[in-house]
Write a protein of this length. Structure first.
Length: 482
């Protein structure tokens, strides 16, 4: 295939395709409206990015990300800037914090639809792909969280869809926004989109797209380099890309565990395998389109999964970019008009926690209550978390909550985290007169993976006056803690 022989694009301009595309966008939006403002934030990146947006708004600075008053080299600024703007206009409610993920979800499914159409699928086959991806547990969970993965994927799918249609400017815009969402993590799939554009429209348009992407990212790159020099890139690339790829700097999953989590999306996986088999067996007039779509989907799947499986750090949300490839393969199934609603309902009902993520997105109710108690009653007294890391405490308490790390293993893990190092939030003892926040059973709250999403641990708040649930045997009294 060369740029003289572009990828199939049958029906791209048809009225049916346009109507179906608008239906996908509207359906994705209305699908997420129930319970949008319910529940609480997860005690992970969600609360960190929300807090960074709060501090960016207070500082009037959208270039640097600050957490606990210290500049952090965590992620590019797209999500934090969007959160800062939305919360400035609409307040800090949960539904406001989830709006970027909602918009990204809508863009992802709409772009996936047009990508499938551009690869030669019929509008109804493209709808099957969008419905199947949108009803997976991981996609629904990502749409309820405050994370950079879904905005990055929205940019990448926009770039890929534009590439198969030969639109260089939109390809470059999508790539640039994906880079501003999650940095170098967008690189492998972004390169695939450029290769597709090269083959569909030629090297000049590919070069134009690359130029547009660079123009989108360059102002922030220049600003962060001017302010912080090599230190910024040691964090953004050295720590978050190189170190995570070569060392297990964040407690994560084995390759087998990660693939097992992907297999839990069994409706999508089975539909993808069956659709691929159908695409290979077709000998009809649309065989070329089926083969082109399946070939692209396999290439996307390999590029999405290979870096994650080869990396030393593997987390559940790293699987998100693999979902569109499986959905594109599933578009090859017959009778799409019947399959779209049937498979969507099945995926919602059978997915691992999908209904809970959709209707009850309450990821840290005890943290929320503890944080609001502290905000209302602690005054100027210091507050520390006892042998646990719960970034949502900082968000809900309205103040930085450092951690006392008396457990040597826990302390070693937390001191290895760059963000903790820069903010100096790992303490060896509690300040005199501090409020203590601890897990009732003395354990650390769960990390972000499906097997541990129990919506938070029961937290205990103790203050120096002995108020609160003082009958609890843990944590020990302040005198013993010191």
């Amino acid at each position: 295939m060369t740029h003289e022989q572009p990828l199939p694009a049958a029906g791209v301009r048809s009225l049916a395709a346009k109507r179906a595309g608008w239906a996908v966008a509207a359906g994705a939006l209305f699908f997420l409206l129930p319970s949008l403002g319910e529940g609480s934030l997860f005690d992970s990146d969600d609360a960190i990015y929300a807090q960074m947006a709060r501090e960016a708004r207070a500082a009037g600075d959208l270039v640097d990300n600050r957490w606990c008053g210290v500049v952090q080299f965590e992620k590019p600024p797209l999500l934090i800037a969007a959160l800062a703007g939305l919360t400035a206009l609409l307040g800090e409610a949960e539904w406001v914090l989830r709006l970027p993920a909602v918009f990204a979800f809508v863009i992802c499914l709409t772009a996936l639809f047009w990508l499938a159409v551009g690869l030669g699928r019929s509008p109804m086959e493209a709808v099957v792909a969008a419905v199947l991806m949108g009803t997976t547990a991981l996609a629904v969970l990502s749409a309820r969280r405050v994370m950079t993965d879904l905005p990055m994927l929205a940019g990448l799918l926009t770039a890929a869809a534009a590439a198969v249609h030969g639109r260089a400017g939109l390809t470059g815009l999508g790539l640039g926004l994906a880079g501003l969402a999650k940095g170098v993590a967008a690189g492998p799939l972004g390169l695939l989109a450029l290769v597709v554009l090269w083959r569909t429209a030629g090297p000049r348009r590919a070069a134009t797209a690359l130029g547009v992407a660079i123009a989108v990212v360059a102002p922030w790159v220049i600003a962060i380099t001017w302010r912080h020099g090599a230190a910024a890139w040691e964090g953004l690339v050295g720590y978050h890309a190189v170190s995570r790829a070569t060392a297990n700097v964040v407690p994560g999953l084995s390759a087998g565990q990660l693939l097992a989590l992907l297999a839990e999306e069994w409706v999508l996986v089975c539909a993808g395998v069956a659709g691929f088999a159908v695409s290979l067996s077709r000998r009809t007039a649309d065989g070329a389109a089926s083969f082109a779509s399946a070939t692209f989907a396999l290439a996307w799947l390999v590029v999405a999964l290979a870096p994650v499986l080869l990396s030393s750090t593997r987390l559940m949300h790293y699987l998100l970019p693999a979902l569109p490839a499986l959905a594109l393969l599933a578009a090859g199934l017959p009778r799409p008009r019947l399959l779209a609603p049937a498979l969507g309902v099945l995926a919602l009902a059978a997915g691992p926690g999908t209904l809970a993520y959709w209707l009850e997105p309450d990821f840290g109710p005890h943290t929320k209550r503890a944080g609001r108690t502290i905000a209302a009653a602690a005054g100027e007294a210091p507050v520390v978390a006892w042998n646990l890391t719960d970034q949502a405490l900082t968000w809900y308490a309205g103040r930085c909550v450092p951690m006392v790390a008396t457990d040597p293993v826990f302390r070693q893990v937390q001191e290895a985290v760059l963000m903790n190092q820069r903010a100096g939030v790992v303490l060896h003892e509690a300040p005199r007169g501090a409020w203590l926040v601890a897990s009732r059973d003395g354990s650390e709250p769960p990390h972000a993976n499906l097997s541990a999403l129990s919506f938070g641990s029961q937290l205990v708040v103790l203050n120096p006056a002995g108020l609160g649930p003082a009958a609890s045997p843990w944590p020990p009294p302040l005198e013993e803690a010191r």
